[in-house]
Ligand binder design. Structure first.
Ligand SMILES: [Zn+2]
Length: 232
């Protein structure tokens, strides 16, 4: 098989290496292998992993939505009773089922790819997909619930680590200095007076005074406010 013949095959779509010949054969070593290497070096084709197989495609090639869904389904165990497509590959606690998609990004969320390939729409970073059925490994489109970041957390009890992270984030984003926060806590007037005095909004005053915002944390993660209150 010549370089031109291989390129022609690849131009028609993804080509699995074993369909070009036996990688252990003499003809592979003599002609097919070197031709593939040259085409790759010239930037005419790219080499990619397709599950356990090696494939070749044009540099800008991407799986079609139908191919992608078939590829993903091939890596799932389908539960006929529940309708769940249980992902057999790696799963991350926070991101859920993850996969390498031939021609795609290194590691990507299976559920997000299923949703995009099925609907033809693009998700944004604020979109969160959760399994309606409650199985963290399920990637079935019919079982996906789409919400917005933040909403998925509503009504859930947050751990103190999460609360602490959120408080640190708010503090870093805040334009109100620690000094003002301290003065504000010692201030004896009304919220409106405090807002005028420190040049900040009434909402910000309320948040800080109620202890909802800008809570200080000690190194051990315990609210220092709590300690102060107990000590008082
Ligand atoms: Zn399910």
């Amino acid at each position: 098989m010549t370089k031109a013949e291989i390129l022609q095959r690849v131009q028609a779509g993804l080509v699995l290496a074993q369909t070009l010949g036996d990688p252990l054969s003499r003809s592979w070593r003599k002609s097919i292998g070197p031709a593939l290497k040259e085409l790759e070096a010239e930037g005419c084709i790219k080499r990619l992993k397709v599950g356990e197989w090696i494939g070749y495609a044009l540099p800008d090639w991407q799986m079609s939505p139908a191919e992608l869904l078939a590829y993903i389904l091939g890596k799932c165990r389908v539960d006929r009773e529940t309708g769940c497509h249980v992902w057999a590959g790696s799963t991350n606690g926070r991101q859920g089922p993850l996969t390498y998609i031939p021609g795609g990004k290194p590691k990507t969320s299976v559920r997000r790819r299923v949703w995009e390939a099925t609907t033809g729409k693009q998700l944004t970073t604020s979109d969160v997909l959760l399994p309606r059925c409650g199985d963290p490994a399920c990637v079935a489109f019919d079982h996906i619930a789409k919400t917005k970041r933040g909403q998925s957390q509503k009504g859930k009890k947050l751990t103190w680590v999460t609360r602490m992270r959120q408080a640190i984030g708010r503090k870093q984003r805040s334009h109100i200095s620690d000094d003002v926060v301290r003065q504000l806590r010692a201030f004896e007037g009304t919220n409106r007076q405090a807002a005028e005095r420190f040049g900040i909004s009434k909402a910000a005053v309320q948040g800080i005074r109620s202890g909802r915002n800008r809570r200080e944390y000690a190194a051990n993660g315990i609210f220092t406010q709590l300690i102060e209150r107990k000590a008082a």
